[in-house]
Design a protein. Structure first.
Length: 156
């Protein structure tokens, strides 16, 4: 009789612990998988050819990381902009550079794409509160829509 009770207690503890995990994160990881997986192993030149010029880059201990800002499913090359005036600030960015919604960091190791991290531009803590201007009450801040990642112009 005590063996049955021990087994039932073990099962109850297991169910309780598994309920602590985020259902959405578990579902996304199991069903959807890694959206960057088809592109892993591509060279830097292949990625730039289908994603366009990155917004920035930096060196790492194992290679290099390219940063892309995009809206939609993933980074795509933008049309060439015409220079209309050379008198302006050479370091200023155009206003179109400020409309992106997602950021992706593509990490290259030994010349190959090793990992991709992507996130929304305006990340908000699930605990963040702001004051409602009409009522003065503290309300929960609405988080941005989650980002996805793909390289639409790459054939993989």
């Amino acid at each position: 009789m005590s063996a049955k009770r021990a087994m039932l207690a073990g099962l109850a503890v297991g169910f309780c612990l598994s309920a602590c995990q985020s259902p959405r994160a578990t579902f996304d990881a199991v069903v959807l998988g890694d959206p960057a997986k088809p592109y892993l192993g591509m060279t830097k030149d292949q990625v730039i050819a289908c994603a366009g010029k990155p917004s920035g880059s930096y060196g790492t201990t194992n290679g290099e990381a390219l940063i892309y800002h995009y809206s939609g499913p993933g980074p795509v090359p933008s049309a060439q902009k015409q220079k209309s005036d050379d008198r302006g600030n050479p370091f200023a960015k155009s206003k179109s550079d400020k409309t992106w919604k997602c950021s992706a960091t593509l990490s290259f190791e030994e010349g190959r794409l090793a990992r991709v991290n992507f996130a929304p531009r305006d990340v908000v803590s699930p605990y963040a509160k702001k004051k409602d201007p009409k009522t003065g009450e503290k309300v929960t801040v609405t988080p941005p829509e989650p980002c996805t990642f793909s390289l639409p112009n790459c054939s993989r």
